[in-house]
Design a protein around this ligand. Structure first.
Ligand SMILES: C[S@@+](CC[C@H](N)C(=O)[O-])C[C@H]1O[C@@H](n2cnc3c(N)ncnc32)[C@H](O)[C@@H]1O
Length: 220
């Protein structure tokens, strides 16, 4: 585990054991540092669907000149995020949706991060959700979309089974009715339709049992 992850995880030691375990498991099972490193330095950042706030805390810790506005519709998650990382001077957590953030600061962000959220939304809501994320950014603003790739591999099916347990059986993750993984080509097309120019696609599944993939795009 690298020092950024270790340092950030220390913040979460104040949480109850089940939440601490969840956050540590998240840190070990997803390449969150690879996302954090790609956020421009000094940026005003929106993280939509921040969960317990681990990634937001990493982004804020890795570069103290970034300011992160992190939202999630689940009040339980935001409470834990606030307890753990709310003391960082450059992170602000709020129970909110992307639409609310757009209404507060349209075009007001240099970067937007969405990590493992899209798959929880019903598929028909993806285009509108991506258009709302686009509306957060000024022209040229960076969008980092971390998802699991729907590539029909064993990792794809393992990921769906695992998420089914988290969402439907344990109720640990709030979903809007989705649980869909789409292939790379489909996501790239949706990004373009929503007003993004694709810069890079980074396959991040090496060493993980989930087909992690990161889309790096720019508001066009
Ligand atoms: C798997 S967690 C990811 C948390 C964090 N982004 C990370 O990468 O560690 C998914 C989060 O998406 C949130 N979520 C579900 N539906 C959402 C929506 N429509 N808009 C924003 N967030 C949503 C859930 O409440 C949950 O906290």
């Amino acid at each position: 585990m690298s020092s950024l992850t270790e340092t950030t995880l220390k913040l979460f030691s104040v949480l109850p054991p089940a939440e601490r375990f969840h956050v540590r498991a998240r840190a070990l099972s997803a390449p969150l540092e690879a996302v954090a490193w790609r956020v421009p330095r000094g940026a005003v950042v929106a993280e939509v669907g921040c969960g317990h706030g681990l990634l937001s805390a990493m982004i804020a810790t890795e570069d103290r000149s970034r300011t992160v506005y992190a939202v999630d519709p689940d009040p339980r998650k935001v409470k834990w995020a606030e307890e753990a990382a709310g003391g960082l001077p450059n992170v602000h957590f709020e129970v909110a949706t992307v639409e609310r953030l757009v209404a507060q600061r349209p075009g007001g962000f240099d970067a937007a991060v969405v990590s493992d959220v899209l798959y929880l939304l019903p598929r028909e809501q993806w285009p509108e959700f991506l258009r709302s994320v686009r509306a957060l950014l000024h022209l040229g603003g960076r969008f980092l979309l971390k998802e699991a790739e729907g590539n029909r591999s064993w990792k794809h099916y393992k990921c769906l089974a695992q998420e089914w347990v988290m969402v439907k059986l344990l109720g640990r993750t709030k979903a809007g009715g989705g649980l869909v993984l789409e292939p790379q080509d489909t996501v790239v097309a949706l990004l373009q339709e929503a007003g993004f120019k694709l810069r890079e696609v980074v396959e991040l599944d090496k060493g993980y049992t989930t087909p992690h993939i990161l889309y790096v795009a720019e508001a066009a």
